[in-house]
Design a protein around this ligand. Structure first.
Ligand code: DP6
Length: 326
C-alpha cells in the first residue's frame, strides 16, 4: 500500500430504543434492534494516514495522551481494515471531537464511525454503506448507527455477520432536538462494553427482549409520522428499562445521580404545564431532553435552572459520516 491519507467527519448519536446486551460480544451482534438520531453538534473528525515508514500505529485522540486501552481498540480496528485491504502498513491517526471531551457524550460512536470512513478511504477500499456499518459495528456497536444519515435503525441478525444499520429518514425529515443536560463530566465507573455483558445476568432481561419489538415498531412509526406524543413515552420507557437492567445486573451498575433525577422530575412538571418534552438516558447520568426545534430554546433555558446542571448542548438531527477531503 502506498502512503495514503483521508479525513472523515461523523456525528455521535442518541438511541431512542437502546442497544444493551450482545448475543455475540466479540462481533458485537446485539440482542435487539435499536433506533437512534445522529447529533449534529457532537462530531468527531479523524485523519488516517497509512505510511510505510511507520513501524507501529500512532494514535492521537484530542490533546491528552491516549490511554493504552483506547489505543488498543483503535489498533484492533485498523487491523480489521488492513486485513480487508491485504496490507500491513501502519497508520497515523489523529482524532478530534467538536464537543468537549468532558461533556459526558459518548465519543466511541462518532469516533469509530469517523475512523472507519477515514481508514477505509485511505486504504483505497470501496465498500457500500451497509458494509461500512458492519465494519464500524465491530469496533463499537453504537458506531454503526453513526454511518447512515439522520434517523437510523440497527438491525441484529441470527447469524454472526449480517447485523447492519440503515437510515429510516434524513435529518430534514423532522426538526427533532436533543437538548443534552450535562450533570456530570466524570468518566463513568463502568463502561458500556462491560454493561452489555453484565446485562445478561439481569433476571429481567428476557422481559425487556419480549417488550422491545412492539416498542421499536411504535418508535419507528412515531418518527416516520413526526409524532412526538407517540415517540416520547416509548423512549422514556426504554431509557428507564436500560437503567433497570443495569441496576438488576449482578453485580449491579448504578449510573444514576441526584441531579439526573431532578431533571427527570422537572421534565414531568414541564410536560404537565404544556411543554412537549421527553427524556432519554445513556449509560451515564446526563439527561437527553427530546423536543421539537421550536421548543428547544425554552427547554435549554429551563434545564439550565435545575440545580447541578453544568452545561446544556442543543442538537438538531445530523447527517451521514463522510470524508471531508482526500
Ligand atoms: C447505552 O456502543 O458504547 O449508549 O459496543 O461496547 O462499544 P460497545 O458499546 P456502545 O454502547 C452504547 C450503549 C448505549 C445505548 C445505545 O447507544 O444504543
Amino acid at each position: 500500500m502506498q502512503s495514503r491519507k483521508a479525513t472523515a467527519i461523523s456525528c455521535s448519536n442518541i438511541a431512542f430504543i437502546k442497544y444493551w446486551g450482545n448475543r455475540d460480544a466479540a462481533r458485537r451482534i446485539p440482542l435487539n434492534d435499536s433506533l437512534s438520531m445522529n447529533l449534529r453538534r457532537a462530531t468527531t473528525t479523524t485523519t488516517v494516514e497509512f505510511d510505510e515508514q511507520l513501524t507501529e500505529d500512532e494514535v492521537h485522540i484530542g490533546d491528552a495522551p491516549v490511554r493504552e486501552a483506547a489505543r488498543a481498540r483503535v489498533v484492533a480496528h485498523l487491523d480489521r481494515i488492513r486485513a480487508l485491504a491485504r496490507s500491513a502498513t501502519k497508520a497515523r491517526v489523529d482524532s478530534q471531537n467538536t464537543f468537549p471531551s468532558s461533556a459526558g457524550i459518548a465519543s466511541s460512536a462518532s469516533g469509530f464511525a469517523a475512523l472507519t470512513i477515514a481508514a477505509t478511504t485511505a486504504a483505497g477500499l470501496k465498500l457500500s454503506e451497509r458494509e461500512l456499518t458492519m465494519l464500524a459495528r465491530q469496533a463499537s456497536g453504537s458506531a454503526c448507527r453513526s454511518i447512515p444519515t439522520g434517523f437510523v435503525e440497527w438491525v441484529t441478525s441470527i447469524d454472526t455477520t449480517n447485523s447492519y444499520a440503515v437510515s429510516i429518514a434524513p435529518p430534514e425529515h423532522w426538526d427533532l432536538h436533543d437538548v443534552i443536560a450535562i450533570v456530570s463530566t466524570e468518566e463513568k465507573q463502568v463502561g458500556s462494553t462491560e454493561g452489555h455483558s453484565a446485562a445478561l445476568t439481569s433476571p429481567f432481561l428476557q422481559e425487556r427482549l419480549i417488550a422491545l419489538p412492539i416498542r421499536l415498531h411504535r418508535a419507528r412509526r412515531a418518527i416516520l409520522a413526526r409524532d412526538l406524543a407517540l415517540l416520547g413515552p416509548a423512549i422514556e420507557e426504554d431509557a428507564i428499562e436500560l437503567h433497570f437492567i443495569a441496576m438488576t445486573s449482578r453485580p449491579p451498575i448504578y449510573y444514576w445521580a441526584p441531579a439526573m433525577v431532578r431533571v427527570i422530575q422537572a421534565v414531568q412538571r414541564w410536560r404537565a404545564e404544556g411543554l412537549a418534552v421527553y427524556f432519554t438516558l445513556d449509560a451515564g447520568p446526563n439527561v437527553h431532553l427530546i423536543c421539537e426545534g421550536k421548543d428547544a430554546e425554552q427547554v435549554a433555558s429551563l434545564s439550565r435552572q435545575v440545580a447541578d446542571v453544568q452545561t446544556v448542548i442543543d442538537n438538531a438531527p445530523g447527517g451521514a459520516a463522510t470524508t471531508i477531503h482526500n
